[in-house]
Design a protein around this ligand. Structure first.
Ligand SMILES: *Cc1c(COP(=O)(O)O)cnc(C)c1O
Length: 378
């Protein structure tokens, strides 16, 4: 039997047609599809400006760069995220200052943020874990009070809503990823959304080596004030993104449907904690993470993998990574809620193209494993 991954893209004939069109055109990169994709996402998220780049990771790095994050600065973020969120803080020569998570949403605990703010703090970087938006009213209040920039790593959250508003237009910058496991894909790709024109203009310059064209000094002439990398995305990728975005509503609807089916299926299993959704949020359900109580997670993981259910663990808290311990002095015990969560966490397959047969297979294997591990008996 074919294994079921935890996430997977959904590419159809229209996507392929749009990509082939670009392959036959004059512009493989630096052409018109990039701005078209940016405009489409900006419209969808009701944001003024969007800058498409080569990955979510490069989008994070560029957002931090234009935010002015630099040597000696501190940036507050969550330890429960993909490494890119904090690695890119390090690459700005700044220090990621972690704050423990909320037990229910797994998002950064807004009540703990102020305790970590110092004179060196420059920004707060939130992560909408699994697609569930953070409590932005609370976090924005703190950012405003301390004059900090608020950057949202929304790589899990395209299409999610906070208090009825789609994510992407209520913080200083919002970052998206278009990796195949995310909501829509360009193969590799990312984007920065902002309402700030100054940020927008700087992002466009930094995306391409830091080159500023000065046509008044000659058609060939440009200057570099701040050197940067080539973080461009291609027209081939953007054509795929444009076509994918047309199906975002269908994708989100299916993700939400599957989450609901799982929630109902596992409702009565006492020792599996299913994910919650706060009143203020409508999750985009990038991930469906359950917590397995009673030290059974590892066995559960291995048995499910053996049965062809390719579960994952999102994530090993970053402060436990050897680099973060060595470089910044973090140690086990620093963020007990994130650590407790990590010991129990298990990501089940959830992607729009999943069939009902596949969903039922996951549910049945999970239930069987519960019986085997006797973990539904209190
Ligand atoms: C996927 C992801 C990224 C990085 O995106 P890439 O496009 O893979 O570089 C960053 N942060 C989070 C939370 C992610 O899930």
């Amino acid at each position: 039997m074919k294994s079921i991954p935890y996430g997977h893209q959904w590419i159809d004939k229209d996507d392929i047609k749009e990509v082939v069109k670009v392959l036959k055109s004059d512009w493989l990169t630096q052409g018109p599809k990039i701005e078209e994709f940016e405009k489409d996402i900006a419209k969808y998220c009701k944001t003024k400006y969007a800058v498409a780049v080569s990955s979510g990771t490069s989008a994070l790095y560029l957002a931090y760069k234009v935010a002015g994050i630099n040597y000696g600065d501190e940036v507050i973020t969550t330890p429960l995220t993909f490494a890119a969120t904090a690695n890119t803080i390090f690459f700005c020569n700044a220090k990621p200052v972690f704050v423990d998570i909320e037990e229910d949403t797994k998002n950064i605990d807004s009540k703990e943020i102020e305790k970590k703010i110092t004179k060196k703090t420059k920004a707060i970087v939130t992560v909408d874990f699994a697609g569930h938006p953070c409590d932005y009213d609370q976090i924005k209040k703190i950012a405003k009070k301390h004059k900090l920039l608020l950057i949202q790593d929304a790589c899990h959250a395209l299409g999610a809503e906070y208090k009825g508003k789609k994510i992407g237009n209520f913080v200083d910058m919002t970052v998206l990823s278009f990796h195949p496991v995310k909501h829509i894909t360009t193969g590799e790709g990312g984007m920065i959304l902002t309402n700030n024109k100054n940020f927008y203009e700087k992002l466009k310059i930094l995306r391409s080596h830091g080159i500023v064209k000065k046509p008044e000094k000659g058609g060939w002439y440009y200057e570099i004030e701040n050197p940067c990398f080539n973080f461009r995305i291609s027209d081939i990728q953007c054509a795929l993104g444009i076509s994918q975005l047309k199906k975002i509503d269908k994708f989100l609807k299916r993700r939400r449907e599957i989450a609901k089916i799982y929630n109902q299926a596992f409702e009565n299993i006492k020792e599996i904690i299913t994910p919650i959704q706060k009143d203020y949020s409508k999750s985009a359900w990038h991930l469906y993470v359950v917590e397995i109580l009673g030290n059974g997670r590892r066995k559960f993981f291995e048995k499910l993998r053996k049965a062809g259910i390719l579960v994952q663990v999102h994530y090993i808290p970053l402060h436990l990574q050897p680099f973060y311990q060595k470089r910044f002095g973090y140690k086990p015990g620093d963020f007990p809620i994130a650590e407790k969560y990590y010991e129990r966490a298990l990501t089940l397959p959830l992607f729009p193209k999943m069939t009902n047969t596949e969903i039922n297979r996951v549910i049945s294997v999970v239930k069987k494993q519960c019986l085997r591990q006797k973990i539904n008996l209190k």
